[in-house]
Design a protein. Structure first.
Length: 250
């Protein structure tokens, strides 16, 4: 597949950017709808996006560059040239969460309430965005004889972008169901992080382009850490709500 969709005044417009933008638009549309349901102002969602989207791009690029530092030889222009490729979702999440905390403090909004709204939207955006990797013939796995393998440079390989897209979409459906059943604010977002990380851990093991820390795949290491932190936080939140219920029943 040609990664360039078309050109404007000689500037190539890539399918990757178009697909990512489409995923962002869909996620935003759902977030705006959910904002009405949970009592958050639509303007607050737009204000968050105004700061979170640029921060996510910067965070995603910075994260990638940090773990591939030797490849750039101090060339700052190449470091900031995202058209070369090299964006990491974990960096985007870290930056977005930091911005989200700041915006919530300024707007006097519950961070966990906003995070619960955002979780399903983010994972759906990721599910759509992964198809941008297909357009770039990247984020694939190693050789396979499975019938759904895709051809890259004449070799049939695992379509790991597809595995992750399908997993993310299933997580989205689960979170949309669970959001009405949560017992305490923050549960939906914690489940988003944990469930995404479960899928990412196993899928990352098939990829051939993983960021490495010695012999360890960085994404797998981060995924394990996220799962542990989210599980502990989830239990703590549940214990707090159970304690409150016990106090009220006495």
């Amino acid at each position: 597949m040609d990664p360039v969709a078309f050109e404007i005044f000689g500037i190539p417009i890539r399918w990757y950017g178009i697909i990512i933008s489409f995923g962002l638009l869909v996620a935003t549309a759902i977030a705006m709808r959910e904002a009405k349901r949970v009592g958050i102002k639509e303007d607050d969602i737009l204000d968050l996006l105004l700061f979170a989207v640029p921060a996510a791009i910067i965070g995603a690029r910075a994260y990638y560059v940090i773990f591939t530092w030797d490849d750039y030889n101090g060339d700052f222009i190449r470091m900031i040239n995202i058209r070369e490729g090299g964006l990491a979702i974990h960096g985007a999440l870290i930056a977005s969460i930091i911005v989200g905390i700041i915006v919530c403090k300024v707007k006097k909004i519950s961070f966990w309430k906003l995070a619960d709204l955002a979780g399903p939207c983010i994972i759906l955006g990721q599910a759509i965005g992964r198809w941008g990797n297909y357009a770039n013939s990247e984020a694939h796995g190693g050789p396979t004889n499975l019938p759904w393998g895709i051809l890259i440079d004449g070799q049939r390989v695992h379509p790991t972008f597809l595995y992750e897209s399908l997993w993310n979409f299933l997580v989205f459906l689960f979170l949309m169901w669970y959001r009405r059943k949560k017992k305490v604010e923050g549960e939906v977002f914690l489940l988003y992080l944990a469930l995404y990380s479960v899928g990412r851990f196993f899928i990352e093991g098939l990829r051939t382009d993983s960021l490495m820390l010695g012999q360890i795949r960085v994404a797998q290491l981060i995924s394990i850490a996220i799962i542990i932190v989210c599980a502990i936080t989830f239990v703590v939140f549940r214990k707090k709500i159970d304690s409150r219920n016990d106090e009220q029943s006495e």
